[in-house]
Design a protein around this ligand. Structure first.
Ligand code: NAD
Ligand code: MG
Length: 390
């Protein structure tokens, strides 16, 4: 990696919650970074605004229909406009020192793999890519000599706690979970929750998809799969603990029974800053942790009956093969359908469970197989949703 004063940087998903938080941190010390690529799904106006402010070399909008709009908005600026999924991959291969992978969903997989191929540093927020193609991604990172820095607050916490020992000295990893907005709700109460209620997370301000995932606790299921790939301690040595205040972001227990935990205010800019400045530390203006104000920290075991998602994810890792990719793709479609008002909240995990039980393609060997499974799962999930549509 280059000297921090000249770090080149790209942000995939620059207009999203993680993307804009990353740019907020860059604003704190603008002179340290040179922005190579910024990308967005379809919001050309927002992307162009950011590209101009950060003097990006290239701005890529995934939706090809937005190309003309982006080109016009960037006319006269120093930023080149590009569009389409292939251009996302080309932009990821521009070889910056540091890339933020913050696209939501499996759509982020191809550019993230391309960024890993460069052999530099990739900060990973895009958990769905790792869930669908974890083995492939980890192999790509190893082969290219890339550094993968976890941005998800729990995984970033574990990464920091692992500075206190070695992975082979770990006895147990504990992923903490807030429990989401319906932590203490009965199934009957959850049956009629609205998208507005589900996206209103008590502690974190996040994009819509991950907020619904937090409400179903599928987010923790996806994070379990994510942790399984990032920290090879064995699935049975990764626990989940509900901790409603979201102050302890995760813990690592070593063989000597020392447990290291990472704490902080529930603000994604803190783990992002840790990845952005790594291996240094940067100053942020985030709220400092005031435990005397918080008073007490609570913990409880997750309830598999009301929140079956964690069990589904554990089963998906044990089954291996295509199952994690099927779980992820079905969940993406089911969450989108719930947000549109087409299915009920509890049906999200029911549909995932039915799909995992009913679709068993052969194990994927490569990326093409994973995409074929992802595409077929989405088709089947949409058909399943048509049947249960409210
Ligand atoms: P978001 O919805 O706010 O932003 C997503 C970004 O990806 C946007 O820039 C959007 O334009 C882009 N995008 C969406 N679909 C795309 C597509 N098909 N092709 C290309 N670009 C596309 O999401 P977010 O909350 O910032 O989350 C991003 C990722 O980070 C997710 O994987 C999420 O699970 C993970 N994450 C988020 C948080 C958080 O606090 N928001 C915390 C931990 C992990
Ligand atoms: Mg998380």
């Amino acid at each position: 990696m280059n000297d921090l004063t000249t770090r080149t940087i790209s942000i995939f998903g620059a207009t999203g919650s993680v993307g804009t938080s990353t740019l907020d941190l860059i604003r704190l010390d603008r002179g340290k970074y040179r922005v190579v690529a910024l990308t967005a799904h379809s919001n050309a106006a927002e992307l162009a605004k950011l590209a101009k402010e950060f003097e990006a070399e290239i701005a890529v909008v995934a939706d090809p229909e937005q190309y003309e709009a982006l080109k016009q908005l960037l006319a006269g600026s120093q930023t080149e406009a590009a569009a389409g999924p292939d251009q996302l991959i080309s932009a990821a291969a521009l070889d910056p020192d540091w890339t933020m992978a913050a696209i939501v969903g499996c759509a982020g997989l191809p550019p993230t793999l391309a960024a890993l191929k460069c052999g530099k540093t990739v900060a990973l927020a895009n958990k769905e890519a790792l869930v669908s193609a974890g083995a492939l991604m980890m192999a790509q990172a190893r082969e290219a000599g890339a550094t993968l820095l976890p941005v998800d607050s729990e995984h970033n916490a574990i990464f920091q706690c692992l500075q206190g020992g070695r992975i082979d000295q770990v006895r147990k990893i504990t992923l903490t979970a807030s429990g989401g907005p319906f932590r203490s709700w009965s199934k009957e109460q959850m049956a009629s929750v609205t998208p507005e209620q589900a996206v209103a997370h008590p502690n974190w301000d996040m994009g819509a998809k991950i907020s619904v995932d937090s409400a179903t606790m599928m987010n923790k299921g996806l994070e379990l799969i994510e942790a399984h790939h990032l920290f090879p301690v064995g699935l049975k040595n990764i626990d989940i603990l509900v901790h409603p205040q979201s102050v302890i972001h995760s813990m690592v227990e070593y063989h000597d029974r020392s447990t290291l935990a990472q704490l902080g205010s529930p603000d994604m800019r803190i783990p992002i800053a840790s990845a952005l400045a790594w291996p240094e530390r940067m100053k942020t203006d985030c709220l400092p942790l005031d435990l005397s104000k918080i008073g007490k920290l609570d913990f409880e075991a997750p309830d598999d009956d009301r929140f079956p998602a964690i069990k589904l994810a554990r089963g998906a890792i044990e089954a291996g093969g295509a199952v994690p990719a099927i779980l992820n793709a079905t969940n993406e479609i089911a969450v989108a359908a719930f947000l549109k008002g087409n299915i009920q909240f509890l049906e999200i995990t029911e549909i995932v469970s039915r799909m995992v039980d009913s679709y068993s393609p052969p194990d994927p060997d490569d990326l093409a197989d994973i995409f074929a499974i992802d595409t077929e799962t989405r088709k089947r999930a949409k058909a399943m949703i048509e049947d249960v549509k409210v």
